[in-house]
Design a protein around this ligand. Structure first.
Ligand SMILES: [Ca+2]
Ligand SMILES: [Ca+2]
Length: 272
C-alpha cells in the first residue's frame, strides 16, 4: 500500500519532467537569434572593426565570423586570438566566437597593411547555430580607398653583355629595377645613359616603350609592387675600342629612404 501510493505519487512528477524535457527540446530546435554585423575601417585601411550583435530572442551559440581581406595587403594582426586566425594565404580571417547572449555583442579587430593603392574592400559574414530570422544583416563590408602607400625602396642593377666585346658587335645593357621594401613604388622610371663611341640601336622595357634623348633612354615602368622587378633593355654597337661606361638611374614618386641604390654603372671592354 505504501509502495503503491509512492508510485502513484511519482507518476505525475515523471510526466511533468518528461513534459519539461520535451518542451525544452522543442524550444532548442526552434531557437532563434537575430545576429547582425557592422564593419568600420580607418581611412588609411590599416584597421577594420567588426561589431557582431545578437538581437535575440535566444542566445546565439557557435558564433563564427569570416572576413574576406582586400587584395594588395599584408596581414598584420587579428583579435580576439586564438579565436580569430588569418588563413595561410593571408586572404581570409576565420573566427570562432562562442556564444553571444540576447542583447549582447562582441568585437573583432583586423589589422592589415596596404601595399598598393586603390579601394581596400573587406567583407565580413557572421553565422550561429540558431535560426536567424533576419539574415540580410549578417554581412557587411567596408571599402576605404587610399591613394598613397608608405615607403618603397627601389634598387637598380645594370648588366652589360657581352663583356669583353668587339667593335661592331651588338652590346646589350639590361637595367633591373627591384622594389625591396614592403610598399608599392609609384611612377617608377629608369633612365639608361649610354657612352659616346657607340651607335644607338634601340631600347625597350618589360613595361613598354622607352624614349631617347641623345644618349639617354627613359623607360617608364609604372607601379612596382614589393619584390617585383621590371627590366629595361638598351642595345648599342660600339664603334671604338677601349673601356666604355654606361649608367642607369631609377626615380619614383613614393618616398625612397635609400637613394644610394637607385643608380648603377657598367664598364665594358671593347676590343678593336
Ligand atoms: Ca540577422
Ligand atoms: Ca632606393
Amino acid at each position: 500500500m505504501h509502495l503503491k501510493s509512492g508510485i502513484a505519487a511519482w507518476v505525475p512528477r515523471v510526466t511533468t519532467i518528461v513534459a519539461v524535457l520535451l518542451a525544452s527540446a522543442t524550444t532548442a530546435a526552434a531557437a532563434t537569434a537575430n545576429l547582425s554585423v557592422s564593419l568600420s575601417a580607418t581611412s588609411d585601411a590599416e584597421t577594420y572593426t567588426a561589431t557582431i550583435s545578437n538581437a535575440g530572442p535566444d542566445t546565439a551559440t557557435n558564433v563564427s565570423l569570416t572576413a574576406s581581406l582586400p587584395t594588395g595587403i599584408i596581414p598584420i594582426n587579428v583579435t580576439p586570438a586564438p579565436g580569430c586566425v588569418f588563413d595561410l594565404p593571408g586572404t581570409m580571417v576565420n573566427c570562432t566566437l562562442g556564444s553571444i547572449l540576447n542583447g549582447g555583442s562582441t568585437i573583432v579587430t583586423i589589422a592589415i597593411h596596404p601595399i598598393t593603392v586603390g579601394a581596400k574592400t573587406m567583407t565580413v559574414q557572421v553565422s550561429a547555430a540558431e535560426t536567424d530570422p533576419a539574415p540580410a544583416d549578417n554581412a557587411a563590408s567596408a571599402s576605404p580607398s587610399i591613394n598613397a602607400v608608405g615607403i618603397s625602396d627601389v634598387q637598380v642593377t645594370l648588366l652589360d653583355a657581352p663583356d669583353p666585346i668587339r667593335v661592331g658587335q651588338p652590346l646589350y645593357y639590361i637595367a633591373s629595377v627591384l622594389n625591396i621594401q614592403d610598399d608599392s613604388a609609384q611612377n617608377v622610371m629608369v633612365e639608361i645613359t649610354v657612352p659616346a663611341g657607340v651607335t644607338l640601336v634601340g631600347a625597350v622595357s618589360s613595361r613598354g616603350a622607352c624614349t631617347a634623348t641623345g644618349r639617354r633612354f627613359a623607360c617608364p615602368l609604372g607601379v612596382l609592387n614589393p619584390s617585383e622587378t621590371a627590366y629595361a633593355l638598351v642595345v648599342v654597337v660600339p664603334t671604338t675600342s677601349g673601356y666604355i661606361w654606361a649608367s642607369a638611374l631609377a626615380s619614383l614618386t613614393t618616398p625612397d629612404p635609400n637613394p644610394d641604390n637607385n643608380s648603377a654603372a657598367a664598364r665594358t671592354w671593347v676590343n678593336p
